[in-house]
Design a binder for this molecule. Structure first.
Ligand SMILES: [Zn+2]
Length: 156
């Protein structure tokens, strides 16, 4: 596994343990070249999903891409990294169990928003504001008004 900080291909595994109820293996890695530390997760992929864009374009589902957008939304929010991984895996499992390998991109977006809304209101609004192409300010207000009461314990 290549070091994400310096690109060194020779990183060491310091610790491996089951995560997310034993559906994943969490590995702590160390880079001897730059001293960087990072974590990787190894997990089973049940089936290969295809994302169908609004334009009709199809591309392979990319878990990392999904994870990246969720991590960006959750940046500096008080959510444990393990919890975030668990949430991402939950979303992927939901996608895998939709019954069809073709998944419309807006279906993915709405599942992510649904999940974020339950976990962190700020992250939800961040994700939604990037995800939805708001034509006018009113759309956004309306959207925020749809926030579930259960998610509003965390002030925006
Ligand atoms: Zn490194």
């Amino acid at each position: 596994m290549r070091c994400p900080f310096c690109g060194n291909a020779d990183t060491q595994v310091k610790d491996s343990r089951p995560a997310e109820d034993h559906v994943a293996i969490r590995r702590r890695r160390f880079c001897p070249a730059c001293g960087g530390r990072f974590t990787t997760y190894e997990r089973v992929q049940l089936r290969d999903l295809i994302v169908v864009k609004k334009s009709g374009r199809r591309e392979d589902f990319d878990r990392d891409k999904l994870a990246r957008s969720i991590r960006i939304a959750l940046q500096k929010r008080p959510i444990e990294p393990d919890r975030i991984e668990q949430m991402i895996s939950g979303i992927v499992r939901r996608l895998e169990s939709l019954g069809d390998t073709d998944v419309p991109s807006d279906r993915i977006g709405s599942i992510v928003m649904e999940t974020l809304a339950r976990i962190d209101t700020v992250a939800y609004v961040r994700f939604a504001s990037v995800y939805k192409n708001f034509q006018e300010a009113g759309d956004f207000e309306e959207f925020v008004a749809e926030l579930r009461p259960a998610a509003s314990s965390d002030p925006v």
